[in-house]
Design a protein around this ligand. Structure first.
Ligand SMILES: [Zn+2]
Length: 290
């Protein structure tokens, strides 16, 4: 390693800057590396790691997170030829959606990339999009994942854990396989009860804490992302979820300005034409360059 002689002035400057940072860190009483945007104190820029005063990365305030251009996040449910509702698409339509995204230069991003963009201002690939799936249906692993992988995309699968190994739903092996293939596994509650109905500690245990632990055992890594059953949230619920997850995803409802990380918007994708999908993405998430 090269050792460069440093002029004394720079050393002084460094000490001065370090002292200022240290003061800020102590003043704001930051002990956790992960920002909890609901806390009134989580609005500073420098942050220290737990064991030293090394300045790591900028952390955006909730207001700054809220003001950033939104990344389009798509949400698919059932994928089948015998469509039963507007929330469903045929396998051919799904394939055409992925193909036009790839042909148009989109890059699929993971929730971790989105988090780092929102919180730490990390750069995203050009034309980012996130592709998510709710309700742990078996076709997500046997139809959707192979199509995405063919185009170099990776998805995010939100698991409702009551469905493990049930007919028409993914087995625990299939879920583990998705994680191994580079997809992200998130939680979608135990039995799809809406967050607005969790009243007691026991509800949070049953719908969030316990299924999260079990799912983490299955995929062999931390489960850091949540999708609200029915997309529904309230402020209290979002605040509570911030203790468990880095990001939580709603549907196209209004975001919570205090908890923007826990109310990331997604768009349900129905049986649109490929061009219709691109148009809706622009209408829903804006045209601002990210
Ligand atoms: Zn759902």
């Amino acid at each position: 390693m090269h050792h460069l002689k440093t002029p004394i002035g720079i050393n002084r400057k460094f000490i001065l800057i370090s002292t200022i940072f240290l003061g800020l860190v102590i003043g704001c009483n930051h002990t956790n590396q992960r920002p909890r945007t609901g806390n009134s104190g989580a609005a500073t820029n420098p942050v220290a790691s737990n064991d030293s005063a090394v300045v790591k990365q900028a952390i955006n305030t909730p207001a700054r997170v809220y003001a950033k251009p939104e990344v389009p996040v798509l949400c698919y449910h059932r994928i089948a030829d015998d469509r039963k509702s507007d929330y469903e698409v045929s396998p051919a339509t799904f394939t055409s959606h992925i193909k036009i995204l790839a042909d148009s230069g989109y890059h699929s991003i993971s929730p971790t990339q989105l988090y780092d963009y929102l919180v730490h201002n990390k750069a995203l690939p050009e034309k980012p999009v996130m592709i998510t799936f709710d309700d742990s249906r078996v076709e997500h692993s046997v139809v959707a994942a192979p199509v995405m992988e063919k185009y170099g995309f990776r998805g995010v699968f939100f698991i409702m854990t009551i469905t493990y190994n049930k007919k028409n739903y993914m087995t625990t092996d299939q879920i583990a396989q998705l994680a191994k293939a580079g997809h992200t596994i998130g939680l979608h509650s135990w039995d799809h009860t809406m967050v607005t109905k969790y009243k007691e500690t026991a509800d949070w245990q049953k719908q969030v804490a316990e299924p999260k632990k079990k799912l983490e055992k299955i995929v062999g890594k931390e489960v850091e992302y949540w999708a609200y059953p029915n997309g529904l949230y309230d402020h209290k619920g979002a605040e509570e979820l911030s203790k468990y997850f880095k990001l939580s995803f709603t549907l196209t409802t209004k975001r919570d300005s205090i908890q923007p990380l826990q109310t990331v918007r997604r768009m349900i994708v129905p049986e649109w034409t490929p061009q219709g999908l691109l148009k809706s993405m622009r209408q829903t998430f804006g045209k601002k360059k990210i």
